[in-house]
Design a binder for this molecule. Structure first.
Ligand code: SAM
Length: 213
């Protein structure tokens, strides 16, 4: 679900989302390590980091770690003393992510939980300042229910891949992932407890501020 690089995307990344050596190594390392290259883009990472910093976030939850690329952007946006909990179900991915967090100098701020997203989310206590959903898409409505228990009022719910490679708006496209995303989007658009917008970066990033319990 990673869009093809374009000159415009490259211009924006070079100016507003420069990667240091650690971030670049994690991204390029996905190919060498046979990890799927379904991580966020640098431009999306910069937006996530800016939003986390704007919030002054001290407790952030990420669902779907992969090799740690988005986790590094998030962890670097935390307020002093802040902590990122990131959930990953695949032990191989988690091992790569742990090494990436070490190399990026954020391991002291990151708590990687290797386990099934649903169970791990259910085991956590809130409140979180921000939650970034970026794992499997079919259970997104359940992840929303779990997030409602964890996210504080004034906190930010973020979800990647709103566009589903453009299939979200194709009436002939179907599948469990697409149905999960459609139901999640439908609920987010209608839920008055959130002020929601979609940032059209890469494959679409939904960002919603919780305005009511
Ligand atoms: C799109 S990738 C995450 C990319 C990462 N956020 C980034 O941008 O660098 C999705 C990750 O979620 C994990 N995942 C998918 N379904 C999961 C589940 N039910 N529980 C835990 N992890 C899951 C996958 O193994 C994969 O590593």
């Amino acid at each position: 679900m990673t869009a093809e690089p374009s000159p415009l995307a490259e211009y924006l990344a070079a100016h507003f989302a420069p990667e240091d050596a650690a971030l670049a190594a994690v991204r390029t390392g996905h190919r060498d390590a046979d990890l799927p290259t379904i991580h966020i883009s640098a431009a999306e990472g910069a937006i996530l980091q800016m939003l986390i910093r704007l919030l002054g976030a001290r407790r952030v939850l990420e669902v779907g770690t992969l090799g740690g690329y988005s986790g590094i952007w998030l962890a670097r946006g935390l307020a002093p003393g802040g902590r990122l909990i990131t959930i990953e179900g695949d032990e191989g991915h988690a091992a790569h992510a742990r090494a990436a967090f070490e190399r990026a100098g954020v391991a002291d701020r990151v708590d990687l939980r290797c386990g099934e997203a649903r169970d791990t989310m259910a085991s956590l206590d809130g409140p979180f300042d921000a939650i970034f959903l970026d794992a499997d898409k079919a259970p997104l409505p359940e992840y929303l229910d779990l997030s409602l228990r964890l996210l504080r009022v004034g906190g930010l719910l973020l979800c990647d891949n709103t566009f589903m490679d453009g299939r979200i708006a194709d009436p002939d496209a179907d599948g469990a992932d697409l149905r999960g995303m459609r139901e999640f989007n439908r609920r987010m658009a209608a839920d008055r407890r959130f002020t929601t917008a979609v940032i059209p970066v890469r494959d679409g990033l939904l960002a919603a501020v919780r305005v009511a319990p």
